[in-house]
Design a protein around this ligand. Structure first.
Ligand code: ZN
Length: 349
């Protein structure tokens, strides 16, 4: 298929995305408006100045930039920018269903907004979006974070439990564990994950992004994580690859993110995604932080077609993995698979 037609083919297909962070999907225009509103950094004089945040070479620098962006959310109405920018991103990329991380730690630490002030605008905004004709179905996972220790993670989780006891909503699916993996073994978060599971919430964890396969094994066996964010280092351990396949644990793969943060993957073509797929692991394709990594989901599929040599059939397979690896119920998955099949070119008679 020619380059132009492959990109049109990708753009035409309905997609799901299950590893994407809300605050890193807000546009630099929106961040510039917050920066001006709060007179936060007078050195940033235009939306283009925010692009210097793209200059990073490690997960540590990425997380520092991410905290700076999060620090600009200082009033509940600021989160309406998340709702509008994430919806616009979904529309541009033909994304019908998304599971979106939101990380409250930094905002709560600043003390300007409480947990309701963060979640209400998101829950209400995305509920309105889903109710609109052809609106995207965007669900939330609260990133309890491993960057600030287990007490902070536990506090975030209990804010969520308390919120869910007062607000009836199906927009929030559960928790995630993001942030600095190095030096923060996931085992410290075992109690939070146990409580989340007991409360009937979904629980996922970033693992194997900058730490070896033991981090992934602990996330699956000790935390009971239902999905693994990244999981890149699994390629070093064939028995872990078997475990992920046999337990049908989906991997939320974000190749551009892995290349930019530079721990295990030197180039897109070097990414182990194809080996995971060949092993029978339910590997999905995602962007992680579109604004920080300057990549959107259509572009990431096009990158995979170019650098991982995906044929249209492989693109469709990974799109279906995204649906199967999501937390949609069985009827939702069947409808999403049918919608995708309906868009595929008909075989010639
Ligand atoms: Zn992530």
């Amino acid at each position: 298929m020619a380059a132009r037609s492959i990109s049109e083919f990708i753009a035409s297909l309905p997609k799901t995305e299950i590893h994407i962070h809300a605050e890193a999907t807000v546009s630099f225009d929106s961040y510039f408006s917050l920066n001006r509103k709060y007179k936060a950094d007078p050195g940033l004089k235009s939306p283009a100045d925010f692009r210097k945040l793209l200059e990073m070479d490690s997960l540590g620098v990425m997380i520092k930039n991410f905290f700076y962006l999060q620090s600009l959310f200082r009033a509940p109405e600021d989160f309406s920018l998340v709702v509008s920018d994430v919806q616009a991103y979904a529309k541009r990329n033909n994304i019908h269903y998304m599971e979106l991380f939101v990380a409250p730690s930094m905002v709560l630490k600043q003390g300007n907004i409480d947990f309701e002030g963060i979640m209400d605008p998101l829950v209400e905004g995305f509920a309105r979006a889903a109710a609109a004709k052809d609106g995207p179905d965007i669900r939330l996972l609260v990133d309890v974070s491993r960057s600030f220790g287990k007490d902070n993670a536990s506090r975030n989780f209990h804010h969520l439990l308390s919120y869910l006891s007062r607000r009836k909503t199906d927009r929030i699916l559960g928790i995630g564990l993001g942030g600095q993996e190095m030096g923060n073994p996931c085992i410290a978060y075992k109690d939070v994950f146990r409580e989340a599971r007991e409360a009937g919430l979904h629980a996922v964890a970033h693992a194997g992004e900058e730490v070896g396969p033991e981090s992934i094994r602990d996330a699956v066996l000790e935390l009971g994580a239902e999905r693994i964010g990244h999981g890149t280092s699994a390629i070093q351990d064939p028995s872990l690859m078997d475990l992920l396949r046999d337990r049908a644990i989906p991997l939320e793969i974000c190749p551009t993110s892995n290349v930019v943060t530079g721990k295990y993957v030197r180039s897109f073509a070097d990414h182990p995604m194809n080996a995971f797929l060949a092993h029978g692991i339910l590997a999905t394709l995602n962007t992680d932080d579109p604004v920080l990594f300057d990549v959107e989901l259509n572009g990431e599929y096009l990158n995979a077609a170019r650098h991982l040599l995906w044929k249209p059939s492989q693109i469709v397979k990974v799109l279906k993995n995204g649906i199967r690896g999501s937390f949609m119920d069985a009827a939702g998955k069947a409808a999403a698979l049918a919608r995708l099949d309906a868009q595929l070119p008909k075989p010639k008679a």
